[in-house]
Design a protein. Sequence first.
Length: 334
Amino acid sequence: MPSESTFRHFETTLKEIALFLEEGKRFIIMTHKDSDPDGIGSMLALGRALENGGKEALLVSDEPLHAPVSLLKGAEKIVQDVESGLYFDGVIVMDSGEIKRVGGPLSYLEGPLPVINIDHHESNGLFGDFNLVDSSRSSTSELVFEVIGAAGLRIDADTAENIFAGIQADTGSFRYNNTTASSMRIAADMIDLGANPWQISRTMMQERSLSQLKLLEIALGSLEFYHNGEIGVVTISLDMFNSTQAGMVESNRFIDYPRFVQGVELAVLIRQTGENDYKFSLRSNDRVNVAELSGRFGGGGHIRAAGFECHGPLVCLKDKFLKEAGRYLDGKCD
Ligand SMILES: [Mn+2]
């Protein structure tokens, strides 16, 4: 539970952001790399609400969007480049714990423009001029709902759909332990405002591509268990991505396969991103603080969902990681 002073701080920041949005006219909005439905859904929701309120919002992602995020309402408006010479009143960064995770033109974050940082990662570095950061929220989409309300903007059906999609994705369809009464209430409000849960589920969770299924088939062959079955690991190499023509985002949920095996506390998805580059994604079920464990390797995230990127030969990286993870599982991590 956030303390009373944190809550007061949250309310003050929320009001400041609302005022800033009311006074400004044009905003540039971005999210993290390897975009997900919460990041993109947040951008689309706030962007549309601002436009409906007579403002302009430029939505930028430096990578082309893949399904399912490319199927969100309004995703076609997201551009990859920004024309030079455009003027903005502020930069809004969604769902990104740190500046180096941002998948957009960083020059706008390094310049004089005010930065609004809206996020729910525990490890958020508070890099903005306004930091609406609350790790007790299931998703950034929940925070966007608050911002839209505080700024007196309207939520139409498309906006509602994107907020719903973000909450649904980050709570694993209201199953993960970040699901709260508030996330369900906001989701229910979004249904009242025109979001269709069945359509969103079909689009976001159930539209499997053939390439994704082929990748899953090979990836499951890599399943390994360590530490008396408490650690479950799936490893996907570049060759596997190439041979199946599947993209990184298509494997985002593969971590749930080891995670929900009986006896597993820590699930790990290792993905190769370059010759000697790897991305480790971590999920825990009850005990291990994976934000802290990831922090030991220069990454971060939430208590139950986090990750880091590293460079080196896989055997060494894995060895080092498994040793450290074992200490966490044995409660010897101080
Ligand atoms: Mn999120």
